[in-house]
Design a protein around this ligand. Structure first.
Ligand SMILES: [Fe+2]
Ligand SMILES: [Fe+2]
Length: 242
């Protein structure tokens, strides 16, 4: 699938403005993920995990800076306004971080399982971008640096998951996978609901409104033109405001 979509990925990344915007979007998500990890470090009771989560948070903050700086560099050479419209984020997913996971409500093991899958997906996507961006060595270099850290994140989360939940880690990874799938379904369902809403409103506009417009036009024709004298009993002095 990834191979089939490669020409589309390439086209997506070829556009300088879109590349810059995508990097700035990645920077936001990385910084957000860093903040979630600081929170995870605060709430865990495991000292090893606390130390690793803090190192991880610092990495994500560094990624945010790398993406932001490169995105701004790309933006600087562009004419103001205009350019490629439409975000098509699905063609260029970045790191998902902890998405909508509420860190405080998670146990260490389920958090690690979720993080592991998230880092694995990020490592796969970033490796893909490294292969595509041969025409932009500085951006490619950014992805290479980030990819190195994502591989570490992917591996340490798995190793720690095996440590804190020996014998149960496979089930937890499957549960995290199902939760991610559920999240994808919800996102898809909300987009679908938007499309259905737009179609129904458009149909209503073209099917239900015309009869009312016709009736209004007919009523308008019956209305007398110009000024009309009102009845004397309605022409007295105003006794109240309304
Ligand atoms: Fe990252
Ligand atoms: Fe990461």
């Amino acid at each position: 699938m990834r191979h089939l979509l490669r020409p589309f990925y390439r086209r997506f990344w070829n556009d300088r403005r879109r590349r810059a915007r995508t990097l700035l979007r990645f920077a936001e998500v990385e910084a957000d993920g860093g903040r979630d990890l600081v929170r995870a470090a605060e709430v865990t009771r495991d000292p090893t995990l606390r130390r690793l989560f803090l190192i991880h948070a610092i990495d994500e903050q560094r990624h945010a800076e790398l993406f932001r700086n490169r995105g701004l560099d790309l933006m600087r050479g562009l004419p103001a306004g205009g350019g490629a419209e439409g975000r098509a984020d699905w063609l260029a997913p970045g790191e998902r971080g902890l998405d909508d996971v509420r860190v405080e409500q998670e146990r260490d093991a389920s958090l690690l399982a979720f993080l592991h899958l998230s880092e694995k997906a990020a490592a796969r996507d970033f490796a893909n971008y490294v292969g595509i961006l041969e025409g932009d060595p500085p951006t490619r270099e950014v992805f290479e640096k980030v990819l190195h850290d994502e591989s570490f994140h992917m591996n340490y989360t798995h190793a720690q998951l095996v440590r804190v939940a020996p014998g149960d880690h496979r089930r937890l990874i499957w549960l995290a996978r199902l939760r991610r799938l559920w999240g994808v379904y919800l996102r898809f369902a909300s987009v679908l609901a938007g499309v259905i809403g737009a179609v129904v409103l458009t149909l209503q506009y073209f099917i239900l409104l015309p009869p009312f417009a016709l009736m209004a036009r007919r009523a308008q024709r019956k209305e007398p033109q110009g000024w009309t004298a009102i009845a004397p009993d309605r022409n007295g002095a105003l006794g109240r405001q309304y």
